[in-house]
Design a binder for this molecule. Structure first.
Ligand SMILES: Cc1ncc(COP(=O)(O)O)c(C=O)c1O
Length: 174
């Protein structure tokens, strides 16, 4: 008896993409169709492919520090320049919107947000996310790569909010 096999679609099976849409709607309040979903083998692949897709040499990738250790290497692989924006314990390791704004220019291409954060555990509150979203929409070339891999590891009173939801509310989808 021969073994029969075939490749599944590169974007992921339709059933899986439908299930992801259901999850996004139910848990994050975001509406997508399966045709807008791309499944990968993990968050690392998604981040790397996202950076490779959109960065050109000389573009800047903004990474709040302390950061997940692979982000800078992935940005380097995409030929981008790193802009590390340090945060501090006094600010719960959250980005200061004014500092972020001072780092942005026409070369700014991707801001990587990680909430809840590895390694700090910080969770961006809605108000701060809104402030960041308002700054981001002023920079049409700037994309936000929102790594929400730890969205279910949140301790009360913190709550996770997807950055994408705020961008949609601000009138811009990233
Ligand atoms: C913030 C963050 N993003 C991405 C990854 C990589 O995730 P995956 O194993 O799904 O590729 C990790 C793994 O530790 C992580 O901490």
């Amino acid at each position: 008896m021969g073994i029969q096999g075939r490749y599944t679609p590169n974007a992921g099976t339709f059933e899986l993409r439908k299930a992801i849409c259901h999850k996004l709607e139910k848990e994050n309040g975001i509406s997508y169709t399966p045709y807008q979903i791309l499944v990968s083998n993990g968050a690392k692949q998604s981040v790397l492919q996202g950076l490779l897709d959109v960065c050109s040499p000389g573009d800047e990738v903004i990474i709040p520090g302390p950061f997940y250790v692979s982000y800078p290497e992935m940005a380097r692989m995409a030929d981008a320049n790193l802009v590390i924006v340090e945060t501090s314990l006094n600010n719960n390791f959250l980005l200061d919107p004014k500092v972020l704004e001072s780092k942005l220019n026409e070369k700014s291409r991707v801001l990587i947000l990680c909430s809840p954060s590895n390694p700090t555990g910080s969770v961006y509150p809605r108000k701060l996310m809104e402030e960041i979203a308002k700054i981001v929409v002023k920079h049409p070339r700037l994309l936000v790569l929102s790594d929400e891999i730890y969205e279910h590891i949140v301790y009360a009173p913190a709550t996770h909010i997807s950055f994408l939801l705020l961008c949609l509310e601000c009138g811009r989808e990233h």
